[in-house]
Design a protein around this ligand. Structure first.
Ligand code: PAF
Length: 287
């Protein structure tokens, strides 16, 4: 596996690969890699001649009171996993090269960035959209891979890709879960063993809400159930949102709209602040 640290070097390598007619699959990450990331890598390896993975803990997507400093980092372990997964190039840019002195340009995907997580993490999606734009311009991929666990992020990146005419196919891969259903996330490492047990309520709640949707229960009742269910376990400090949403606009949907959604998909999504980590999860459900 080739390791490239400088931006110009990565751009030149990407141009050379393009001239050779090779397709590039790209998996942007912040490291602390788990099976979820590796599922994106394995899909990219199957679908492209060359797979590039970036590891960059992007400061602009963290709020001032968030976990940038303690975000898990394990570069040695990550490199072993990527090597074993058949990655061709690991791109490891330095924060001072990505955001040099005088940096002033940001990308904002309007409306979508202020809903759901955006309401509780102001500026988060501006940071994500900015760094992903920069990485797309550096790596020049044909396809880029994201996990469904960060559903809102994937909707925003699709919108941005279309709006800014990036000639890149956005591939969203299914959420990878632990045996008890907890969605894999680098932040699960923050959880104590008691919190880890309590956190299984998220998947249980989403699965039960899915069943209730299939039985035709009202959106109002399902929303009530989701909130009660999550708030019934210990270590939940704050339930930020739990409801049924339009999968593209991310608007909360009400029972008046039920006929519009017959035969279509709706999004069940949850964000919970536990004592030591903020966790999100979602399910797309056919009505
Ligand atoms: O999903 C992530 O890990 C990050 O938000 C991303 C896409 C790598 C941008 O920093």
């Amino acid at each position: 596996m080739e390791i490239i640290k400088d931006i110009k070097g990565m751009q030149q390598r990407a141009k050379a690969l393009f001239r050779e007619g090779k397709t590039i699959g790209f998996v942007p990450t912040m490291g602390a890699l788990h099976e979820g990331h590796l599922s994106l890598v394995s899909r990219s390896v199957k679908e492209n001649d060359i797979t590039v993975v970036s590891i960059f803990v992007n400061p602009t997507q963290f709020g001032p009171s968030e976990d940038l400093d303690r975000y898990p980092r394990d570069i040695e372990g990550d490199m072993k996993k990527l090597q074993a997964a058949g990655v061709d190039i690991l791109f490891l840019p330095d924060v001072n090269d990505v955001y040099p002195e005088g940096y002033r340009t940001y990308v904002t995907v309007e409306e979508l960035s202020t809903k759901l997580c955006g309401e509780f993490r102001p500026g988060h999606f501006r940071g994500v959209a900015t760094v992903v734009t920069k990485l797309f311009n550096i790596v020049r991929p044909d396809r880029a891979y994201f996990g469904q666990k960060d559903y809102q992020q994937s909707v925003i990146i699709r919108r941005m890709t279309e709006d800014l005419n990036f000639d890149i196919q956005i591939v969203v891969c299914p959420t990878v879960r632990e045996d008890d259903g907890l969605a894999m996330s680098s932040r699960n490492l923050y959880l104590s063993s008691e919190e880890r047990k309590a956190a299984t309520v998220i998947y249980k709640t989403l699965s039960e809400a899915k069943k209730r949707l299939a039985r035709g229960e009202s959106f109002r009742k399902i929303k009530e159930f989701m909130q009660e269910s999550i708030l019934s376990v210990p270590y939940v400090k704050q339930l930020q949102y739990a409801s049924v949403y339009h999968p593209e606009t991310l608007d909360d949907i009400t029972d008046e709209d039920v006929n519009i959604y017959k035969g279509k998909k709706v999004l069940l999504a949850v964000a919970v602040v536990m004592d030591s980590a903020r966790l999100i999860d979602n399910m797309l459900v056919d009505l």
